[in-house]
Design a protein around this ligand. Sequence first.
Ligand SMILES: [Mn+2]
Length: 346
Amino acid sequence: MQELRIEENGNLGPIDSSRIPRFSGAATFARLPRLDQVQRADIAVVGVPFDSGVSYRPGARFGANHVREASRLLRPYNPAQDVSPFASAQVADAGDMAVNPFNIHEAIETIQQDALDLTADGARLLTLGGDHTIALPLLRAASERAGEPVALLHFDAHLDTWDTYFGAEYTHGTPFRRAVEEGLLDTEAISHVGTRGPLYGKRDLEDDRRFGFGIVTSSDVYYQGVREVVAKLRDRIGRRPLYISVDIDVLDPAHAPGTGTPEAGGMTSRELLEIIRGLRGLNLVAADVVEVAPAYDHAEITGVAASHVAYDLVTLMSELPRPVVERSRNQEHGIPAEQRTTAGAQ
Ligand SMILES: [Mn+2]
C-alpha cells in the first residue's frame, strides 16, 4: 500500500496518521521512513536486539521493536520544546544491527563498527537497546567521531561502574567503568542521574567517585527539583560533546515495569522528560535508550515512556547544526548503506 507521508522542509517525515491509521503497517520509530528510503539522514534511529550481558531478567533483546510499536502515537510537533523535529531534521529508522547473541565480544565489535558507519557522514545516532552492555561500543564510536573524550549523562537506577560479574568484564553492569578505563569519557563532565537502591558495599560509591562521576540520586531529584538538577548538569557539561545514556530503569517500576533490574523509589516519567528538555542547546552527539524488556511490560507502559524519551532526545538533536565531516578513509571504504542490515524496521 502507498505510504502517504508528511513532508516538511524537504524532509521525508512520518506516515500521515490522518490518512493512514496509526495502528496499521510495519512499525518504524515514530512511523518515520527507513534509512534506505531517504537520501541522507541527519539523525538515525537504530535498534540493537542484544541482551546477552544481563545479570537478572533477560528480554531486552526485544526492546527496540517494542519501543517502535509503542512510538506509533508520537506526533510531529513537540510543544514542550516548540520544535517539529522531523521538519527540522531528516530523521530515519536504520533498522537493527545484526549482533551475535552467542559472542559478546563479537557483538561489541559489530555495534562499534555499525555505529561508526551510520555516523560517517555526520549523522547523529539514537540507539534503542538492548541491554546496557551496548553503551560501551556506542561510546567508543561517539568519542572517535567527536575526536575527543565525550561528556556523559547517565540516567539509571544503577551506577553500572562495577568491575566484573563471574569474571566477565563486558556486561550490562560494567560499561561505564570500561569506558573510563579506555579514556572515552571526559571525566570532568560525567554524571549519573537517578541512582538508588542497595549496593554491594560503600566501596561501589568510592570507586565510582574515583572515576570522576558526579551523582544526582533519585532522592536528589525529589528534594532539589528538576530546575536545580538541570542547572547543575548543564554547568558541568558546558560546550563539550555530550552522550546521553538512558537506562529505562531510572524510572520507578510504576512508570517502567518492563525492565530487567527494577528498583523502587525511582523518578517519574515527567521528571525524566523535564530534565531532558532542560538540556536544550547542549552539543548532544549521540544517545541511547536501553533495558526495555517487553515481557515484563503491561499495556505498553514502559514502551510508551521509552518512546517519549527517545522522541525528546531526537528533538534536542534536531535543532543542532549538522557537524562538518572531513571525508576520511573510513568513509570512503565504509559499508554502503544498502548493505547494512535493516531487518528490524520490518
Ligand atoms: Mn544500566
